[in-house]
Ligand binder design. Structure first.
Ligand SMILES: Cc1ncc(COP(=O)(O)O)c(C=O)c1O
Length: 421
C-alpha cells in the first residue's frame, strides 16, 4: 500500500487478512506518517479546553489551540464548573443505570424541560452523546419501508442511523437535487425524512433551511436537523440556525449536542411529546445504555448562560471575523464558512499534513482533515474559534499562516490551486 496517499478508510476491510492484519498495516501507516512529522492525531493535552495549551512531548512550549468546539468557552466558566461539582456533590459520580430502569434523575428531567423550552417546544429526550441522539433516533423512526433523504454533508452519526433504512443523498446544499429526489421518490416509501445539519461540520456553512422546509412540506416529507455547531453561535439569542430562519415550529426532529457550545457532553432530541415518549422506550442507545452522569447538571447552567451572558457570543464573532478576514486577505481559501469553524483549504493530503506540521512548529495546534471526512481534493486545515481566544492569539495564527504560506505557497497569492479544481 502507498502509505503517503492512503487514508483511514483503506484499512477498514483489507481483502485476504483478518483484523490482526489490518491492524499491522495500519500500524505501519501511522509509523510512516509519524516519520515525516505528519501524524498529529490524539495529541495528549496537559491543559483543559483553553485557548492556549500545553501538549505532552513538547516540554516548555505552549500552543494556541484551534481544536476545541467549546465555542463560548463554557467548559472553563466558573459557574458551569461549580454546577458540575455541585451535581456530583448531590448525586454522586455516576448514574449507574439506563433511564428506563433507574437511571433517570431530577437533573435529567430538568435538562430535558429546559432544552425543549430553549427551542420553544414542549418536549425533549436526553442521550449520553450527540452521536447516539442522532443514530438512535433515525434508527428508531425509519425502517426498511422508509427513506432517509440526506444532504451529503451530514454527520457520520446520522449516516449510522440510516443503516436499517433506505437512503438517497443529494449534493451538499443543492436544493434542485433535493427537489428531484423528493419528486422521484414520492409515493414509493411509507415515511420520508429529509435529514440536514444546521451548520455542517466540514463545509462550515449553514443549511438553506427555509428552502428545505418548503420542499419537504410541498412533497409531504418530514424534516430532521442536527445543529451541533450552530447552537450558541448562530442567531440573535444563540438558538442556532432554527432561529436564523425563524422556523422554530417547522422541524419535526431537532437534534443536537451538549459537547460543544454547552461545554459538557450529552445529546438531545426535541420533538412532539408523543415522539419523544416513543424514543424514550424505543431508542436502543437510550434504553440499553447508562444515562448522563450527575456532572451533567452543569448543562442547566450553560443553557441559562447563553441568555444571561450574550457577551460571549459577541466576543466569539469578533474573533471569527478577525481570523477569517485575516486569512482571506492573505489569499488563503476559507471555503464557504458561516460559522465558528474556519477551514483553510489546501487540496492535497500530503501538503495538508505538512501545513499542519509547520503550524505546530509555529505554536499553532489545528486539525488536518482529509478523506473520508472530506473528498481528497478538499483536504483542509480545520480550526474552531472560541470566545476565549484573545485578538493576539488570532494574530499569532495569522502570522503562522503567512509564514507557512511563504514556505509552501498555499495561497492564491502564490497561484495555489486545489487538485482537480
Ligand atoms: C454535526 C455533529 N453532530 C453530532 C456530533 C456528535 O456529537 P457528540 O460529540 O456529542 O457525540 C458531532 C461531533 O463532532 C457533530 O459535528
Amino acid at each position: 500500500m502507498d502509505f503517503e496517499q492512503a487514508s483511514f478508510k483503506d484499512f477498514e476491510d483489507i481483502e485476504g487478512m483478518d483484523f490482526y492484519g489490518w491492524a499491522e498495516q495500519f500500524d505501519q501507516y501511522v509509523k510512516n506518517w509519524d516519520s515525516r512529522g505528519h501524524w498529529n492525531y490524539r495529541q495528549e493535552s496537559l491543559s483543559g479546553c483553553l485557548p492556549e495549551i500545553e501538549l505532552a512531548g513538547h516540554p516548555g512550549r505552549s500552543f494556541v489551540a484551534m481544536v476545541f468546539n467549546d465555542y463560548l468557552g463554557f467548559t472553563q466558566h466558573p459557574k458551569v464548573k461549580a454546577a458540575a461539582v455541585a451535581g456530583i456533590g448531590r448525586y454522586g459520580a455516576g448514574a449507574a443505570a439506563s433511564p428506563a430502569i433507574g437511571g433517570h434523575f431530577s437533573y435529567h428531567r430538568e435538562i430535558e424541560e429546559k432544552i425543549a423550552k430553549f427551542f420553544q417546544r414542549d418536549s425533549a429526550v436526553l442521550f449520553t452523546t450527540g452521536y447516539t441522539a442522532n443514530s438512535a433516533t433515525i434508527q428508531s423512526l425509519l425502517k426498511i419501508q422508509d427513506l432517509a433523504i440526506v444532504d451529503m454533508g451530514i454527520h457520520a452519526s446520522m449516516y449510522e442511523g440510516c443503516g436499517h433504512t433506505n437512503i438517497k443523498m443529494f449534493p451538499h446544499n443543492d436544493m434542485n437535487r433535493l427537489e428531484r429526489v423528493l419528486q422521484e421518490t414520492q409515493g414509493k416509501y411509507r415515511t420520508r425524512i429529509v435529514i440536514v445539519d444546521g451548520v455542517y461540520s466540514q463545509p462550515a456553512d449553514m443549511v438553506k433551511l427555509d428552502e428545505v422546509v418548503k420542499l419537504a412540506n410541498h412533497y409531504g416529507a418530514y424534516t430532521a436537523m442536527d445543529d451541533a455547531h450552530g447552537v450558541g453561535v448562530i442567531g440573535k439569542t444563540g438558538r442556532g440556525v432554527i432561529e436564523w430562519y425563524d422556523l422554530f415550529k417547522d422541524i419535526d426532529i431537532i437534534t443536537g449536542t451538549f459537547s460543544k457550545t454547552f461545554g459538557h457532553l450529552g445529546g438531545y432530541v426535541v420533538a412532539e411529546p408523543k415522539v419523544v415518549n416513543y424514543l424514550k422506550f424505543q431508542a436502543r442507545q437510550h434504553i440499553f445504555s447508562v444515562s448522563a452522569t450527575p456532572a451533567s447538571a452543569c448543562i442547566l447552567e450553560s443553557i441559562d448562560l447563553i441568555d444571561k451572558e450574550p457577551q460571549w457570543r459577541s466576543k466569539l464573532w469578533e474573533n471569527i471575523h478577525r481570523l477569517k478576514n485575516g486569512l482571506d486577505s492573505l489569499g488563503l481559501d476559507t471555503g464557504n464558512t458561516q460559522s465558528a469553524i474556519i477551514p483553510v483549504m489546501t487540496g492535497k493530503p500530503d501538503l495538508n499534513a505538512e501545513v499542519c506540521r509547520l503550524l505546530m512548529e509555529a505554536g499553532i495546534y489545528a486539525n488536518q482533515i482529509g478523506y473520508p471526512a472530506v473528498a481528497r481534493k478538499n483536504a483542509r486545515i480545520r480550526m474552531s474559534v472560541m470566545a476565549t481566544h484573545t485578538p493576539e492569539q488570532m494574530d499569532k495564527v495569522l502570522n503562522a499562516f503567512e509564514w507557512v504560506d511563504n514556505k509552501l505557497k498555499i495561497s492564491k497569492k502564490h497561484g495555489h490551486q486545489k487538485e482537480n479544481a
